[in-house]
Design a protein around this ligand. Structure first.
Ligand SMILES: *Cc1c(COP(=O)(O)O)cnc(C)c1O
Length: 806
């Protein structure tokens, strides 16, 4: 192959023999050991390196082709990435699964045992971080020149354990053994400033930081599927400057004092979402945000300069997507670079900034719209605060001229919230400093533009677009469900559906084929058997997602208690069910942790009761993450998407489950609406208040106790909790439901329980259920993240593919 300077690279072969040879040399020369003395960890790391080498070769060709074409780049800035385990993915994408399998066996290792050593980097919380990973996967698959930027947290999302049913958080030292997938690049280190003051020199502002920290990048390969392109995700790690180690103090025996500055610097990338219940914790989060932004923008500018010299081209060569408000400081930071450091005039810089950035909003919860105290921001980033004020002046002038005399509107839209503690509103800054703002599902975008961002929509209607989320079919069908994937491919007669998911529609015709239906049923059943959490013949009823009151795990739990009470009363007429919960609660979110505790208490009671045996079982495997998701999703028959309508922005778990043939029971919320529109109302179990009805009920004098008094089964379920039937656990959950019920759980209870009776009735007709299941998969092709990326390209990024020769 021909690289930029004409030097040839020896191609690596993928035959089992060539693969084994390369594995042996990696074992000897990079791992420094031999087959005879290699540990399982040696074998794992050697395998990883051998697979990585195959992708690195494709990466080199990609970099050369992308450099050559000087394209418009897509840069994705995200505080979170939930990339999932890398080994299985990279084996699949490099086409080396079989060769690797054989090579391991030839060296005396059990492939499954070696694969189990692959640790997933948990650099995110949930849906938002996983979306970032799915978009990177699709960008590479579609040959778009793209780089993801993030933070390389030493400790990812905590590992969840249960102790007496309570959630305990353990640190996740995911890279303790080193990370064989990572390429460190200490030569690309960046310097990041904090604190200090602003001087003026020759009419230009100069920020003199009071403290500097180094940002050291490393990257992971992001291969495309079915193409040569391999993109990267670049992650920054904070390193202390040499000068911050105090040798004098160390020599004097003051060991802790000697390293305190260095420790403080490196704390910036120590943990994902440090606890923000203290002022120090909040400041650390703000430091993380600026750290990510500052390192990434300098890197983006460095890359721009490799091929371009004229700032005017910057906006047309660069599309930066801000994943939620966490990286929004990039807007004042780029202004600072252009105006203070590059000497552009303000208006010129502002037009480039606006051309460059776009913003994805992920929430509707007003409390989740990020703000930062003006005092804190001004102390940490004095020049950025000045720039924010200047941007605000321009914004408010535009608002005043469009809506003369509308003082309230000016106050609402200001970047500064004039509460006693003055706050910077990051979402307002994001909309103001970008070309486009997008919501993540039709309903979400509609609600955004009519509620939280309504004033901005009035001012700039053409700045808003919808891009409905999607998921990677490679990760969440092919890797998660090899059985379903093989059946789909054999049914369709090809596997092109993996890169064109709309082709799943070809499965519709197969619903009329009794033998295909039988195979489909069998595949679902064996996925349940493999999961090993309950009888594979029972309905697998799955609720997997972060714990949040708006997502309403408590509603699912009330249903479980009701079923249990029917069993105890001898009146159970439902089908056998396994109810599976999975998810973590934020460490400081007590109400969510109380629900987890109660679920475990109910599970203990139900699972120990012989009366429930064979009818109802409750499973709650700890530490829900991508690895666990990939085991659970193929086994699911029923997908619980039961948030209070108007609260879930989109959801992506709902898409993963639908694609794997689970039927949804859900509210008209987020992307559930689009799923139902596509799979058909007959193949979806709808219940509950819709968003306008929920909003109306919440705005009035809602009395949860009215529902408690009016519904015998609901009252019995809540009374059981209150009387201590589950080991005395759950008083706080019951009290919160009866007193406030902020998310209308009791109002939706009856409708939900009745819809679940409809599920039972449908499950009894197994053949018809299977038809519905196949139709769910067949009609869910829209929810591929390839389609999501295509929408971003058409509506927002306007970047084009660069094909890399294979
Ligand atoms: C998909 C996914 C999520 C998001 O689930 P929702 O149901 O959309 O909230 C969260 N965590 C993990 C591990 C996931 O894979």
């Amino acid at each position: 192959m021909d690289l930029r300077n004409g030097v040839e690279l020896r191609s690596l072969g993928n035959t089992p023999d060539e693969f084994r040879q390369d594995m042996l040399s990696n074992l000897y020369y990079r791992r420094g050991t031999t087959v005879e003395s290699a540990s399982a960890q040696d074998a794992y790391e050697t395998l990883a390196l051998t697979v990585r080498d195959r992708l690195a070769e494709r990466r080199a060709r990609t970099a050369a082709a992308q450099y050559e074409s000087n394209p418009r780049w897509v840069y994705y800035l995200s505080a979170e990435y939930l990339l999932g385990p890398q080994l299985e993915q990279n084996l699949l994408y490099s086409g080396t699964s079989e060769a690797a399998h054989k090579a391991l066996e030839a060296c005396g290792f059990k492939p499954e045992e070696i694969a189990a050593l692959d640790v997933e980097p948990g650099l995110g919380n949930g849906g938002l971080g996983r979306l970032a990973a799915c978009l990177l996967d699709s960008l590479a698959t579609l040959d778009i020149p793209a780089v993801g930027y993030g933070i390389r947290y030493d400790l990812g999302i905590f590992r969840q354990e249960f102790q007496d049913g309570r959630q305990i958080e353990r640190p996740d030292d995911w890279a303790f053994q080193g990370d064989p997938w990572e390429f460190p690049a200490p030569d690309d280190v960046q310097t990041v400033g904090f604190y200090g003051h602003v001087d003026e020199r020759d009419g230009r502002k100069v920020w003199q930081p009071g403290e500097v920290v180094l940002g050291e990048p490393s990257h992971l390969l992001v291969p495309g599927y079915g193409t040569t392109t391999v993109n990267i995700v670049r992650l920054w790690r904070a390193r202390a400057h040499q000068a911050s180690f105090d040798l004098t103090r160390f020599s004097a025996g003051q060991y802790a004092e000697a390293v305190q500055d260095a420790v403080r610097a490196e704390n910036i990338s120590k943990v994902l979402y440090p606890d923000d219940s203290t002022a120090a914790g909040r400041e650390l989060r703000l430091k993380q945000q600026y750290f990510l932004v500052s390192c990434s923008l300098r890197d983006i500018v460095r890359r721009f300069r490799l091929r371009n010299s004229d700032w005017d081209a910057f906006g047309s060569k660069t599309a930066i997507q801000l994943n939620d408000t966490h990286p929004v400081l990039a807007i004042p930071e780029l202004m600072r670079l252009l105006v203070d450091e590059e000497g552009l005039d303000w208006d010129h810089a502002w037009s480039l900034v606006r051309q460059t950035f776009n913003y994805t909003c992920h929430t509707l919860l007003p409390e989740a719209l990020e703000t930062w105290p003006v005092d804190m921001l001004g102390r940490l980033l004095p020049r950025h605060l000045e720039i924010i004020y200047l941007i605000n002046a321009g914004l408010l002038e535009e608002v005043r001229s469009r809506f003369p005399g509308d003082i309230d509107r000016v106050r609402r839209m200001s970047l500064i919230q004039e509460t006693p503690e003055r706050l910077v509103r990051m979402a307002n800054l994001a909309v103001t400093g970008t070309t486009m703002t997008n919501g993540v599902a039709e309903l979400h975008t509609q609600l955004l533009t009519s509620t939280v961002l309504r004033d901005f929509h009035d001012l700039w209607p053409s700045r808003f677009a919808n891009v409905t989320n999607g998921v990677s079919p490679r990760r969440f069908v092919r890797l998660a469900s090899p059985g379903i994937s093989a059946l789909i491919s054999s049914g369709l007669g090809h596997d092109r559906w993996l890169t064109d998911l709309s082709l799943l529609s070809g499965l519709e015709a197969l619903t009329g084929d009794a033998s295909f239906r039988e195979q489909w049923r069998e595949v679902k059943r064996s996925a349940k058997a493999a999961l090993g959490l309950g009888d594979p013949g029972a309905l697998m009823d799955v609720m997997i997602k972060r714990f949040h009151e708006y997502k309403r795990q408590q509603l699912k739990l009330l249903h479980v208690i009701t079923l249990y009470q029917r069993i105890k009363a001898g009146g159970y007429d439902g089908v056998p069910r396994t109810v599976l919960f999975g998810g973590k609660a934020a460490p400081a979110y007590q109400a969510a942790k109380n629900i987890i505790h109660l679920i475990n208490a109910v599970a203990a009671a139900v699972n120990a009761d012989p009366a429930a045996a064979g009818l109802l079982r409750v499973a709650f495997p700890a530490n829900y993450n991508i690895t666990l998701a990939e085991h659970i999703i193929p086994a699911a028959d029923l997908s619980e998407q039961i948030s209070m309508a108007g609260k879930e922005a989109s959801g992506t778990g709902n898409m993963k489950l639908t694609l794997n043939g689970a039927l949804t029971i859900g509210t008209l919320d987020g992307a559930n609406i689009e799923i139902r529109d596509r799979v058909g109302a007959d193949n979806f179990f709808l219940f509950g208040l819709d968003a306008p009805a929920a909003l109306a009920l919440r705005s009035g004098p809602y009395q949860p106790r009215d529902h408690y008094h009016a519904d015998d089964e609901l009252r019995a379920a809540l009374d059981a909790i209150r009387s201590g039937a589950f080991g005395g656990v759950g008083h706080d959950v019951a009290a919160s439901l009866l007193d406030r019920d902020e998310y209308l759980t009791l109002a939706d209870y009856r409708s939900y329980v009745d819809a679940q009776a409809g599920v039972d009735a449908a499950w009894r007709d197994q053949d018809h259920w299977t038809t519905m299941s196949i139709l769910n998969t067949a009609r869910a092709g829209f929810f591929s993240s390839d389609r999501t990326v295509t929408d971003y390209l058409d509506r927002i990024w306007h970047a084009t593919p660069v094909r890399v020769e294979g």
